[in-house]
Design a protein around this ligand. Structure first.
Ligand code: OOB
Length: 532
């Protein structure tokens, strides 16, 4: 396994193979097998471009050969920041076939996040699109090249300027040595528990298991037409079951450039979409707009919702407004996935976040001392299983805190379990703000803000919000002078912070409420500010 990663112990490896979770086939090979089974079946739709399985397979092979010619070698990392376009998949499969490991940044990430990801992964190349939704990624590539010496190459989909066009990185396909299925396939981003985001190594075996079993739990078959409305760089639309789930059953993936009802309703109508996935704030927007839209959404069978807690009242509005069923999804890039079964009772579908995907997902719900709580009581969810990591990448010290000695991942989520096993997410212990599904690592933002000349101390807290569930408020003790949200956010933008992490509100205070131990009492602070 890649240096800096934690493998599963031998007895677990044996068990996961015996139980059929790990099938010994690298992800690149899964596409190959599908292309052999159904070469002419439509795999991917991106605007006017339609690729069948044979075409996607060929594009991946051509890129793999071309990138090998440019010196890419198995085990190296490549920072990939692409929106929902066909090249995301030809590139990803090319890298997977070479055993080169993509690090998936979100299109919304900027210099602050990207420098960290490139340094942490020691990426040798960075792949971007020239422009997307009005943003030019090439200046970002310039900054990154200056700041991260390991980044030798930049490949651009579209107009490359001084860089190299990805379209020029192709060569005639040739047989290349495939990586082993137990190797790391991709590095995903964690929502963050403390400090800056960490990288999550997912192996070919475990990620294939993730996608294949999730596709089964969601009723995907070869007739499925899945709309990727969320950015496919995220684990939910990428493999839970998402795009990889689609490819695992020979179905069709339709890419939306962004998730607005205008764009997606047209695609649902035109492409006869059967399944899609959203985060809760988008559900609200879709429900609202469905009333005014005359698009035909009748092909839609299932809407998967996850990333943040969906309110039961909103859940109940989905079928009447959109005409499709709801499937709640509780997942994490570290592994564990839960789905409400498609044939579950309405009450459970509306009020729970579902059942773990496999019988070998071991769930422990514990108190602050790691002691299991009484059945039905709320506690922190710890998990271990065939597709849940045993350690973050190159993070020996953090791993001591994020994993128990016997290999359980500490999710930082507070959950309770119903007698039949359904989990309900009740809150969390980790210092993350969940802004409608987008995760804001509190410490990362606080550390940045502490560098502002007018700010003496800061605490970022979550405030309740109708649309987003939570939004962020920077509570500030100032040195003096006017401290205002607009100027602070402009300053944060200059430092290259992704827009979704900018505080929604700023509150200047004289002092912070403290705990008995003299630390900032975040709960009291949030209550105090919410009441203002
Ligand atoms: C998904 O993955 P991440 O890695 O961006 O975030 C994971 C965290 C969880 O630990 C939990 O705190 C929260 O997001 N979360 C939910 C939730 N789904 C995720 N909280 C309440 N209710 C839910 N349904 O967000 C993710 C990965 C795969 C599938 C779906 C979501």
């Amino acid at each position: 396994m890649l240096d800096g990663c934690t493998d599963w112990p031998d007895d677990f490896i044996r068990r996961y193979r015996e139980h059929g979770y790990w099938q010994g086939v690298p992800l690149g090979q899964l596409l190959r097998e599908q292309a052999q089974r159904t070469p002419h079946k439509e795999a991917l739709v991106d605007g006017h471009r339609r690729w069948c399985y044979a075409e996607l397979d060929l594009q991946a092979d051509r890129l793999a050969a071309g990138l090998a010619d440019r010196g890419l070698r198995a085990g190296q990392r490549v920072l990939v920041q692409l929106p929902n376009i066909a090249e995301f998949f030809s590139l990803t499969f090319a890298l997977l076939r070479l055993g080169v490991i993509p690090v998936f940044a979100l299109p919304a990430h900027r210099e602050h996040e990207l420098v960290h990801l490139a340094q942490l992964s020691q990426a040798v190349a960075y792949v971007i699109v020239d422009r997307h939704l009005g943003f030019d990624y090439r200046p970002l590539a310039r900054t990154l090249r200056e700041q991260v010496p390991s980044l030798q190459q930049v490949w651009v989909v579209g107009a490359a300027e001084e860089f190299v066009a990805l379209g020029d990185c192709v060569a005639d396909p040739r047989p290349l040595p495939a990586p082993g299925s137990r190797e790391v396939a991709v590095l995903l981003l964690s929502g963050g528990t403390t400090g800056l985001p960490k990288l999550i190594p997912r192996t070919h075996d475990d990620y294939a298991c993730n996608a294949r079993l999730a596709a089964r739990a969601c009723g995907f078959d070869s007739h499925t037409r899945y709309l990727a409305a969320l950015p496919v760089a995220h684990n939910f639309p990428l493999a839970s079951p998402g795009a990889f789930g689609v490819f695992s059953v020979g179905a069709t993936l339709v890419l939306a450039p962004e998730p607005s009802p205008d764009t997606t309703f047209e695609l649902i109508e035109g492409e006869r979409i059967t399944h899609t996935a959203l985060i809760p704030p988008l559900v609200l927007l879709w429900l609202e707009m469905a009333q005014w839209s005359d698009r035909d959404l009748s092909s839609l069978q299932w809407l998967q919702v996850g990333g943040a807690r969906l309110k039961a009242e909103i859940a109940a509005r989905i079928r009447p407004a959109l005409g499709c069923g709801l499937q709640q999804v509780y997942g994490m890039a570290e592994g564990l996935l839960c789905f409400t079964p498609l044939d579950d009772s309405q009450a459970r579908i509306f009020e729970t976040q579902g059942l773990p995907l496999t019988a070998d997902d071991e769930i422990r719900i514990v108190d602050a001392d790691d002691v299991p709580v009484a059945p039905g009581a709320v506690g922190e969810l710890l998990v271990r299983g065939p597709y849940t990591i045993r350690g973050y990448y190159n993070a020996a010290e953090q791993n001591l805190r994020a994993f128990t000695a016997d290999g359980f991942y500490r999710s930082g989520d507070l959950v309770r379990r119903l007698p039949e096993g359904h989990l309900i997410v009740e809150g969390r212990t980790k210092d993350v703000i969940n802004r409608g599904g987008e995760k804001i690592p509190v410490e990362e933002i606080e550390n940045l803000l502490l560098g502002h000349p007018l700010i003496r101390d800061v605490a970022l807290v979550a405030l309740a919000d109708e649309l987003l569930g939570e939004r962020s408020c920077a509570c500030v003790l100032a040195h003096g002078g006017p401290v205002e949200l607009g100027t602070i956010n402009a300053w944060l933008r200059e430092r290259g912070l992704a827009a979704y992490k900018l505080p929604d509100r700023l509150q200047v205070l004289r002092e912070f409420p403290l705990t008995r131990l003299g630390k900032v009492n975040r709960k009291a602070l949030a209550e105090q500010v919410q009441a203002l």
